[in-house]
Design a binder for this molecule. Structure first.
Ligand SMILES: [Zn+2]
Length: 516
């Protein structure tokens, strides 16, 4: 039988060690039918085959993002991007434009300003914002930190005054001379204003999430592990699926508390949409020193972090996920949390593919146990790089910093590592993730080859969700999900990988034209 679609004269990186490279590929319906040279696929080209000459472009297996918050990303796409503002005046001009397109009672939310880039070299104030936006409430988040600037209207709606109590681990800035609020909120105090921003309506959320889906396809992603944060995402996922607007495969991962509600999601094709995981959070983040450590933090010797779950509770949660037929997706960051997680895994019946989000602070013993149990480690490489511009691993962890996200060491030991973006916390881009893995600015000893980095976003990401038999490499019989790139990631300087253009993607055998 002749194929529906054929790509010839391409540079195919198959991520299949049996045949790493190929020149041509054929697709029939939703499957790859042949991979080889132009000559080898000739016999499958018939009258009705659409043949595309890709003139040397690179094809990778469809890229997979194992950790993305799609609905949140959609909301953020509507935010005003302030990263290019080089002065407060420039930022004010951007706000002025935005206010023209915004109804008078609607909030204006923005992100990405940074006073170190401003000509004026100072923080924003509520007066700066009031000057250009007196009527709409405004909240603008600073880059790479939990700091926001708000205007007077936003202060009024949130009910915060000079007399308001400051929440633990937060700060509300006041003018030292007058005692008046400056409009700057820090850390936990930022939620005082954020909670006054109304939740989007279901119709708004549907449209913003659909927009996020277009962006995800444009970034070359053909499968995601959609980490659900709030219950109101479930009907959105259902609707987008029914309306045919999910342009990539979705493995839904929900907080364990939402598992029962999520399993009622109806799917017409479980290879396109399925509920695949329950998120179980064992400890907090290193950033806020809530990752649970065996020994205390080096920069705060009375603090060893926090276990959010006892080992018994963790065991019960894991059992519940397995009983519901989904993967336990376990957030464990500190060595103490990872040790407890491994003990539960070691006592669980065989046959479940376990996955740990982060597994940040390791040691030799933990590494060996991860290998023996075949636990997949899910990492978000850009998050790792950004973190170490904010705090010092050496100061916080001392000698343990050597074992912080030791991705190369994990691969060398045979532990599978899968990659995600954590978008919208960090930009949506698997290519950027590969670049971070290859450059590893925070720890050059853990740099990966570009080939390994590509596997982390393809085959290993499919392995992470137990779908490696159908996805993750370019082989006859597998689902026809492909990402077509203008250049080969192994053929450019590592710091240019993120700039490679995604030409288009193929999902389920169909060409999707990328929307930029
Ligand atoms: Zn996340």
């Amino acid at each position: 039988m002749s194929a529906d679609l054929a790509f010839i004269n391409t540079n195919i990186k198959t991520i299949n060690p049996q045949m790493p490279f190929a020149q041509a590929i054929t697709i029939t319906k939703d499957r790859i039918t042949k991979v080889g040279t132009n000559k080898e696929i000739e016999s499958l080209i018939g009258e009705n085959t659409v043949v595309l000459d890709l003139e040397g472009k690179t094809i990778l297996p469809g890229l997979i993002d194992t950790h993305i918050h799609v609905a949140d990303y959609g909301r953020c796409l509507l935010w005003l991007d302030l990263t290019s503002a080089k002065s407060i005046a420039e930022l004010q001009a951007m706000l002025k434009e935005k206010v023209k397109q915004t109804k008078s009672d609607k909030w204006i939310v923005g992100q990405g300003w940074n006073e170190t880039r401003f000509k004026e070299a100072r923080m924003l104030t509520s007066e700066d914002l009031d000057e250009v936006v007196p009527d709409n409430p405004v909240i603008l988040y600073r880059e790479a930190a939990m700091i926001c600037a708000v205007n007077t209207k936003a202060l009024a709606l949130s009910g915060v005054t000079e007399q308001s109590a400051v929440p633990k681990d937060g700060e509300i800035d006041k003018n030292p001379d007058t005692g008046k609020l400056t409009g700057i909120f820090r850390d936990t105090a930022t939620t005082l204003v954020w909670q006054a921003v109304p939740e989007p309506t279901e119709a708004e959320l549907l449209e913003t999430t659909a927009y996020a889906c277009q962006k995800i396809s444009a970034a070359g992603i053909t499968s995601v592990d959609w980490i659900v944060i709030s219950e109101n995402e479930l009907p959105i996922i259902q609707k987008l699926h029914e309306q045919g607007r999910l342009t990539f495969r979705v493995n839904v991962v929900v907080p364990e508390a939402l598992l029962e509600k999520a399993v009622s999601l109806r799917t017409v094709d479980s290879s396109v949409l399925r509920v695949g995981g329950a998120l179980i959070v064992v400890d907090g983040y290193l950033d806020s020193k809530e990752a649970a450590l065996v020994e205390p933090y080096s920069d705060e010797t009375s603090n060893s972090g926090k276990m959010y779950l006892s080992e018994e509770a963790l065991k019960a949660s894991v059992k519940m996920a397995i009983r519901a037929g989904v993967q336990p997706v376990i957030h464990a960051m500190g060595d103490k949390a990872i040790d407890a997680t491994l003990r539960v895994i070691e006592q669980s019946p065989q046959g479940t593919r376990f996955r740990i989000e982060q597994a940040a602070v390791l040691n030799k013993g933990l590494l060996e146990r991860l290998r023996v149990q075949d636990v997949v480690i899910s990492v978000q490489p850009k998050v790792i790089s950004t973190e170490f511009t904010v705090w010092s691993a050496k100061e916080r962890l001392g000698e343990r910093a050597k074992w912080l996200h030791p991705i190369k060491t994990l691969l060398d030991a045979g532990v599978v590592v899968a990659g995600g973006s954590d978008c919208p916390m960090e930009p949506l881009s698997a290519l950027l993730g590969m670049q971070e893995l290859a450059l590893r600015p925070s720890d050059p000893t853990q740099r990966l080859s570009v080939e390994d980095a590509m596997r982390i976003y393809t085959f290993d990401a499919a392995y992470c969700s137990g779908e490696e038999a159908t996805k993750g490499s370019i082989e006859a019989g597998k689902l026809a999900d492909l990402t077509i790139l203008s250049s080969d990631p192994t053929g450019v300087k590592p710091d240019k990988i993120k700039d490679i253009a995604v030409d288009f993607v193929v999902v389920n055998g169909k060409i999707l034209v990328a929307i930029t």
